[in-house]
Design a protein around this ligand. Sequence first.
Ligand SMILES: [Zn+2]
Length: 307
Amino acid sequence: MNQNTSFQVKTILTVLALLSAFPAFARLNVVASLPDLAAIAMAIGGEHVEVFSLAKPQEDPHFVEAKPSLILKLSRADALIEGGAELESGWLPSLLDRCRNTRIASGAPGRISCSQSVRLLEIPTSLDRSKGDIHAAGNPHYLVDPENARRVAKQIGESFEALDPKNVVAYQANLKKFTTDLDTKLAEWAKLMQPLKGRELAAYHNSWLYFAGHFGFKIDIFLEPKPGVPPTPPHLAGVISRMKASGVKVIIVDPYLDRRTAETVAARSGAVVVDVAQFPGGIKGTENDYLKLMDKNVQAIAAALVK
Ligand SMILES: [Zn+2]
């Protein structure tokens, strides 16, 4: 390599380094704890954000594997969107301790904690973790109520506007589109679910409370004795007799739970198991799309109940 070529190579490398440090269209680097929050962030951020979900759609949101690769993602994030209400309390704090990123520290503008936007249900009057209940701050699975998705989308939009004011117009337009699409779907779902109001379902884990509240179902039979506590034979015997007594014909199960146990209970109580998911991608064909996922959940439950 002669001196001239060497100089040219150095110049090109310098220019490339500068370009990567100051990209012309820098996108907001967003990390979401869970895929439902990530999907809403993608809908609101559009082309102005890069979104990564720490948890996979098939992972239990209470027990996500705290891999070192996730620390790297967090260390580079401009924003962290979390569910809060202790949903991620078993794994996210240790990752945050190790990522040393002040942009997403508690209280920083880049820390978007979405439980602030919703009214939590089942907040315990006295804190008692001794029995293993992992819903110690109230039920944290609030995004299965589409109205809570509307609230969370608004909060995420406002946070993006504050962090990236030059793209306010785009964020507002994307939020408007999301809520308009949501309204269209809500009308369809209401029509489908209206005749099924008051019906009772059983669930493996208490993650469908807000969904039941929105659509007028009753869910108070759970395969887990307490949220996060694995089913025991005596508890399941009680579940089967309660299901028979109340005529409950459907057990809903998330992808990360033990479907075989649900199948056994269903076989002994004359019910069917219905696969539902809180997280886009938890049902095939719903990747990164909250409304598509909820559509599948609503269709699956309605189809099982009308039988
Ligand atoms: Zn839970």
